[in-house]
Ligand binder design. Structure first.
Ligand code: SAH
Ligand code: SF4
Ligand code: F3S
Length: 475
């Protein structure tokens, strides 16, 4: 089902719509503004950079507040109920903005609006929303805006696509990144894994990969522009380049990142996310032999119990997972390891949960992202009859966090006394003192005394570790 397909350029209709909205926007005295609000993961952040890029091409100024805007775009997430509730509550607050300024256009984009029930809810209960646009269709933004600018109809529509439909890879969409020194670089879209709890394969569609030449050209351009830190993005980067028959005719992810790591320049490559069932020895070897690949591996575990992993459809065992960790540490002893954990998956017994805690004690992750299981409509796990009571989920969640906080602190303490390469990305003022703020190669947050400016790479001596931050001084 996966596809490595020929990319398509932005459709001519989109290019025309950009030009038409632009001429409307330049005909008025005050340049109208666009505001983009993003929920969800890095993929959504990357999509929002395209939304901002298209808005800027259409002649909008990019605003920091919804109140200033003539065009509001909310890029939504559907991963947990909380993410949807938050977006809907904010969309609710925009009602009075539209009442005060009827020319305001409000578009709801992203994963939430790839679900029929949410599109219907927006259509019926949020009549001031102008259009919805799912993540695979964001290149159609200019046409949607133009239609409304011309007084056309609202477009909150859901189109059901066949489960094996592979959306296009659209190249050449305008892009407006937030900083010059750090960048998301999407290498693939969608997911074919269908973990039983997860909505992503339904809302983002089938896996499709960008062509290696397009990825390399974008990486080269970023590096030439002074970018120091590039994160290659995909729901399962190890599927990059996989054909429907399972072959990798243009090379696999390990070969792609290895090639990019050989480009000239002072930069680091990262990647998110790697699925344990596909994390290959070739990738580990490639990382170990290229210092431009950051020493950080995010490897979502989800659960330490084989019974739960099987019901999650994760297709690996705890033992296999531990084997990958051992191989990573054998060749890169200092590597930062992070993971995702879901607590309270249907049927999770106390013994299952204890198995997760046991893996945390054994692996000693630097950091974990932990989530309380949230049933997602349309996914198999939402139908399981052995859902865990809320209070049990919360109690387990608290125990998980308490254990990991101790481990994170202990892991941070191991950095004390080391001199680390840090990419400065801003400042932090605490108790009247201002520090530089940045991230280590391992991705750890560090506040340090020094003269580094955002975008500078500094050598920083770690003087003290705290549970969630390192503190140091620039050498
Ligand atoms: N593609 C990535 C992760 C995508 S979603 C991967 O496979 O690892 C990010 C994280 O959200 C997941 O790793 C999982 O821990 C969590 N998550 C996904 N669906 C969830 C749900 N229904 N309830 C709670 N957490 C969920
Ligand atoms: Fe969701 Fe699993 Fe795909 Fe990750 S690999 S996006 S958790 S279905
Ligand atoms: Fe959310 Fe969609 Fe990302 S559901 S986590 S924004 S892929």
């Amino acid at each position: 089902m996966s596809a490595f397909q020929m990319p398509v350029c932005m459709p001519a209709s989109t290019v025309r719509a950009i030009a038409e909205v632009r001429s409307l926007n330049t005909a008025v005295d005050v340049q109208p503004a666009a505001f983009v609000l993003t929920f969800g993961c890095q993929q959504n952040e990357a999509d929002s950079e395209h939304l901002r890029g298209m808005a800027a091409e259409m002649g909008y100024r990019i605003a920091n507040y919804a109140e200033e805007a003539e065009l509001i775009l909310v890029n939504t997430c559907a991963i947990r109920e909380h993410a949807e509730k938050k977006a809907l509550s904010i969309i609710g607050q925009y009602k009075h903005l539209k009442a005060a300024r009827p020319s305001l256009i409000i578009g709801i984009c992203g994963c939430m609006v790839a679900q029929q029930h949410r599109v219907e809810e927006l259509k019926n209960r949020y009549p001031y929303v102008d259009f919805t646009l799912d993540a695979a269709s964001i290149h159609r933004l200019p046409e949607m805006v133009l239609e409304r600018r011309r007084g056309g109809r609202r477009a909150c529509t859901y189109v059901e696509l066949p489960r094996d439909h592979v959306p296009d890879v659209v190249e050449g969409m305008p892009l407006r990144r937030e900083t010059r020194w750090r960048a998301w670089l999407s290498i693939m879209y969608g997911c074919n894994n269908f973990c039983s709890y997860c909505i992503v394969p339904y809302v983002r569609g089938r896996e499709r990969s960008r062509a290696p030449a397009d990825i390399e050209a974008e990486a080269r351009a970023l590096i030439a522009d002074g970018c120091r830190d590039i994160t290659l993005l995909g729901q399962n980067v190890n599927s990059w380049g996989r054909m429907a028959d399972g072959s990798f005719p243009e090379g696999d992810f390990a070969s792609l990142i290895g090639r990019l790591a050989e480009l000239d320049g002072d930069f680091r490559l990262r990647f998110m996310t790697s699925h344990p069932k596909d994390a290959s020895d070739a990738l580990i070897e490639t990382m170990a032999s290229h210092e431009k690949i950051a020493r950080h591996f995010h490897l979502p575990l989800q659960s330490g119990s084989d019974t739960v992993l099987a019901r999650m459809n994760r297709r690996y065992t705890a033992e296999r997972y531990l084997g990958i960790v051992d191989r990573l540490r054998a060749v890169m002893p200092d590597i930062t390891l992070t993971t995702d954990i879901i607590v309270g998956f249907p049927g999770e017994s106390e013994a299952d949960f204890e198995a997760t805690l046991e893996i945390l004690r054994r692996v000693r992750f630097d950091m974990i992202y932990s989530f309380i299981y949230s049933p997602r409509k349309g996914t198999p796990a939402a139908e399981y009859t052995d859902q865990i009571p809320e209070e049990v989920k919360h109690e387990r969640f608290d125990r998980l966090i308490a254990l990991q906080n101790e481990i994170s602190y202990e892991r941070n303490k191991l950095e004390e006394g080391k001199v680390l390469r840090v990419l400065c990305d801003g400042e932090k003022t605490q108790e009247g003192k201002t520090f530089c703020s940045g991230r280590t190669d391992g991705g750890k947050l560090i506040y340090f005394a020094g003269a580094a400016r955002p975008g500078d790479v500094a050598q920083v001596k770690v003087e003290r570790a705290e549970p969630f931050v390192l503190r140091g001084v620039q050498m």
